[in-house]
Ligand binder design. Structure first.
Ligand SMILES: Cc1cc2nc3c(=O)[nH]c(=O)nc-3n(C[C@H](O)[C@H](O)[C@H](O)COP(=O)(O)O)c2cc1C
Length: 196
């Protein structure tokens, strides 16, 4: 399973994700996403990696959420995966771009109707007086839609992390772990081994 010296980092991330799924890791595509506000105060939360392509890592969220506002002030992020059964961790960092409304729209259409309705109901991270406010608003919107699927709120968008640095960590005996850092240098990657 552990062949540390092959392929550019995104290929390897794709392979590690595949191997984590094959090993039965629940939500292998879940990643901790760290952002910071304009003053550099950090915050982390989990999100789901929904696409991994040549451009980078894509997740979807509410642009008005805390993370959305932080990314507007400071469009950089770090994402972290950990797959315990494989003893593997991957850290990705780079600038973040907002994807087009068309891309958000095509992913929105694949979401279950109940999730779409909830996302349309909730302005993510906004304070809520009581949970009942949320459920009442959801019922109201559902009634207004009269059975039609909820349309995508403009604030619900895809975000792309453009990887500038990708670090692979593999567990090794006696905690003499293996770490490889790839840094983007123009169109190629520079690889450095790091002490564990
Ligand atoms: C496993 C897991 C996956 C999640 N995936 C997402 C996601 O893809 N998008 C999202 O907006 N929130 C997701 N959440 C909720 C976020 O962790 C977070 O509570 C929410 O996005 C608000 O974060 P913020 O206030 O920092 O913006 C997920 C939570 C968990 C536990």
């Amino acid at each position: 399973v552990r062949k540390p010296f092959e392929g550019p980092p995104l290929d390897r991330l794709r392979r590690w994700l595949r191997e984590a799924r094959a090993a039965g890791v629940p939500l292998a595509e879940a990643m901790a996403l760290a952002t910071a506000d304009g003053d550099g105060r950090p915050a982390a939360r989990m999100v789901l990696l929904k696409r991994l392509d040549r451009r980078g890592l894509v997740f979807f969220t509410d642009a008005r959420s805390r993370k959305g506002r932080e990314l507007e002030e400071n469009p950089r992020a770090s994402a972290l995966f950990y797959w315990q059964p494989l003893g593997r961790q991957v850290r990705v960092a780079g600038p973040v771009e907002v994807l087009s409304a068309a891309e958000a729209e095509s992913y929105w259409a694949t979401r279950p109707p109940g999730s779409r309705l909830s996302a349309a109901t909730s302005i993510q991270s906004a304070p809520l007086g009581a949970r009942s406010e949320l459920t009442r608003r959801r019922r109201e919107i559902e009634r207004r839609l009269g059975g039609a699927p909820a349309t995508r709120p403009e604030r619900w968008l895809g975000f792309l992390i453009v990887p500038e640095a990708v670090e692979f960590w593999s567990e090794r005996p006696d905690r003499l772990h293996h770490r490889e850092l790839f840094r983007r240098k123009g169109r190629s990657w520079e690889r450095t081994l790091l002490s564990p």
